[in-house]
Design a protein around this ligand. Structure first.
Ligand code: F6R
Length: 257
């Protein structure tokens, strides 16, 4: 992992956008994996800014979301495809039909999940995946206890995740779906590169486990320790429990010097 600990969300957004732009420069028709939630919003705003400035184009990009709730009406404001349209794909030059997400509405959700995984493979895989992390260590919606080689599947959300996400549902945990369809850890690990973003004290324990803990199903994000292209972008609060924080800062500065 390459680890950057910086002071502002704006700096995280800039570094994340730089990494995505790097992929775009070498492959303008790249496949982009997208996360929802609050962490990547500043990145999406920065990508839109660069698009408007003529620095990046999404005209040849296909995007694949990490996950989707099961049980929300398709037009629900907090549905993840709607989130992605609102924050990124509806604001750039991505053609209609180029943005994809797991199907949380089909009759056979397992089959829908399998087809989603196949669709990603048929693209030749995701070139760069945007990731956030749940306070319980999930990436995508891969909650603790799930297989570290899973493919896209239907999952159950922990109470912790539903409590965390209640802020998007007027604070009402009962309004947060109990189920989801998510790319599996195996699917995520197939992505050629990752840009990971976390801010705030609430993520500090999960970030510590992800970087310095033993690889285990208890903290699903630890699987990323086996990926050789992960850019981890943290603010001081999210990095606050890291034992080797000063060393990571030194490495980052020396590598960029
Ligand atoms: C969202 C996703 C989740 C979030 C995580 C953090 O598509 O896959 O893993 O990245 O729940 O959410 P925020 O950024 O809202 O704290």
């Amino acid at each position: 992992m390459r680890i950057a600990i910086v002071s502002t969300p704006e700096e995280i957004a800039r570094l994340a956008a730089d990494r995505i732009e790097e992929v775009y420069r070498s492959k303008p028709d790249f496949v982009l994996g997208l996360a929802t939630g609050s962490s990547p919003i500043c990145l999406y705003d920065e990508l839109v800014r660069r698009y408007e400035a003529g620095e990046i184009s999404f005209a040849k990009v296909r995007s694949y979301n990490l996950d989707e709730y099961v049980g929300l009406p398709k037009d629900h404001f907090e549905g993840y495809m709607n989130f992605i349209r609102r924050h990124l794909v509806g604001r750039v030059d991505m053609p209609e039909g180029a943005a994809h997400g797991p199907d949380g509405w089909c009759e056979d959700l397992d089959e829908g999940a399998r087809l989603y995984d196949e669709a990603i493979k048929a693209e030749g895989g995701i070139d760069i995946q945007v990731l956030g992390i749940g306070s319980d260590g999930h990436i995508g919606f891969n909650e603790p206890g799930g297989s570290l080689t899973s493919r896209t599947h239907v999952g159950v959300l922990t109470e912790q995740t539903r409590r965390d996400n209640a802020r998007f549902f007027d604070g009402d945990i009962d309004a947060v779906p109990t189920h989801c369809v998510t790319q599996g850890i195996g699917t995520i690990m197939d992505s050629k590169a990752h840009v990971f973003m976390a801010t705030g004290k609430g993520k500090a324990r999960a970030v510590k486990e992800m970087i310095e803990g033993g690889v285990s199903q208890r903290w699903p994000a630890t699987a990323l320790q086996y990926h050789d292209d992960v850019l981890v972008l943290l603010d001081e609060d999210a990095a606050s429990e890291l034992e080797l924080k000063d060393f990571y800062k030194e490495v980052w500065e020396k590598e960029r010097a």
